[in-house]
Design a protein around this ligand. Structure first.
Ligand SMILES: C[S@@+](CC[C@H](N)C(=O)[O-])C[C@H]1O[C@@H](n2cnc3c(N)ncnc32)[C@H](O)[C@@H]1O
Length: 393
């Protein structure tokens, strides 16, 4: 496909996204009905679509229209690319600019500023300012760009040097990521990772470096009984299993979220025990450490999942905070005397992080917070929060 044809495809997909369809679904549907597109085309279209979603507000401003066409016209203007090279009207390319679109071409709107330039919903800005202080602008700017791809070297299968060499032999370049000793940033051929022999053999897992750093903070001791209460895909369970020999129990309110975990654990050589509803966490309690990696706004990972930035509402945030409070209360009751409750989110907002810990400590005066840490994209990876809580004897 020509670059213009890829942009034409992105316009159609963005229109469907703006009409309410999830971006992944719109991309999949497009690929199903356009089977001539190769993997390189699909990847390029996906990049155009996701970058337009990240920068929805500033791109729409630059074209004066929040439509698929408007977002792509704004993207081209932001990149200082002549729109006429894409809006050619050739076969498979977008139609030439209309008179109205061309008018904004000759009299460009003023450069975006403030929250428009930062692609930040207005209502969220005070919350981000409160959480991030003078780093807010730099973090918001970072969230306008694509995230790096990180791997975790699975020490149950390989040393870091062995994994780097195996990846290199398959043409995948990496460099150490400073946030965690087993984290690698992929610097070349990231798209080959999931089909590589190194991945199939369990040498590496895809996992954000800050997510790995959160697991590094957990005060684990060999042989401990550990519950991953909100295990989801199991990324943190697998990372804990790779740190040392533990009895790990993985649970999620949505059992479907755990469905890939047995295969992932098998590939990684990580012994995990999945807890279904019948064999629930309460029946298997107490645990030496309970990790509550709670559902959240995902504001720390808006580079990877930018739709969430525009979907989040104040009402949804209030609901999430209530869910986080109830998960913390439930988790605390599962911890053995002298044990640890670890709380984590991939959020940048204090509302979901230190405020939830403060509210928990108000409700549970017999607990104290030993440590808390906020990671932001300025640390090099996704935004994450972690707090380590202990019951006071
Ligand atoms: C942030 S994700 C977990 C990510 C996962 N720990 C990882 O590292 O890959 C949050 C998970 O919490 C689950 N969840 C939501 N409410 C829950 C609850 N009340 N109890 C347990 N899990 C819950 C969701 O289904 C979701 O899978």
């Amino acid at each position: 496909m020509t670059p213009a044809a890829r942009h034409a495809a992105a316009i159609g997909i963005l229109d469907r996204w703006l009409a309410g369809e999830a971006a992944e679904k719109a991309l999949t549907n497009w690929a199903r009905t356009n089977r001539y597109a190769g993997s390189g085309d699909r990847a390029a279209i996906r990049d155009i679509v996701f970058q337009s979603i990240r920068c929805r507000r500033s791109f729409a401003h630059l074209s004066g229209a929040e439509t698929g066409r408007g977002l792509i016209l704004g993207a081209l203007r932001a990149a200082q690319t002549d729109p006429a090279t894409v809006f050619t009207g050739d076969r498979f390319a977008p139609a030439p600019l209309t008179d109205a679109e061309f008018a904004t071409e000759t009299a460009l709107p003023p450069a975006p500023s403030g929250n428009v330039a930062l692609d930040c919903p207005d209502w969220l800005r005070p919350l981000l300012d409160r959480a991030l202080g003078d780093q807010a602008l730099a973090v918001l700017e970072a969230l306008r760009h694509r995230a790096p791809v990180f791997l975790r070297v699975n020490s149950l299968r390989a040393t870091v040097d062995q994994a780097v060499a195996a990846l290199q032999a398959e043409g995948i370049d990496t460099r150490p990521a400073p946030l965690s000793p087993r984290a690698l940033e992929v610097t070349g051929n990231a798209r080959r990772v999931q089909t590589s022999a190194a991945f199939a053999a369990g040498l590496v897992e895809l996992q954000d470096a800050a997510s790995q750093a959160v697991v590094d903070l957990l005060p684990l001791t060999a042989g401990a009984r550990v519950l991953d209460l909100c295990a989801g895909g199991g990324g943190k369970s697998l990372a804990m299993a790779a740190r040392m020999s533990l009895q790990i129990f993985a649970h999620d309110i949505d059992a479907g979220r755990l469905s890939d975990l047995p295969a992932r654990a098998g590939r990684a050589g990580a012994p995990l025990h999945l807890l279904d509803d019948a064999e629930g966490p309460e029946r298997m309690a107490p645990f030496d450490l309970v990790l509550a990696d709670a559902p959240c706004s995902g504001s720390g990972s808006w580079r990877r999942a930018p739709e969430a930035k525009w979907r989040l509402t104040a009402e949804r945030l209030t609901q999430l905070c209530a869910i986080q409070d109830s998960i913390l209360t439930r988790a605390a009751a599962l911890v053995a005397p002298g044990g640890v409750l670890a709380y984590a989110t991939c959020s940048l907002l204090e509302d979901e992080n230190s405020d939830r810990i403060a509210a928990f400590l108000d409700r549970h005066p017999d607990w104290r917070c030993d440590l808390s840490r906020q990671f932001t994209p300025l640390d090099g990876a996704d935004g994450f929060f972690a707090a380590i809580l202990r019951r006071v004897d």
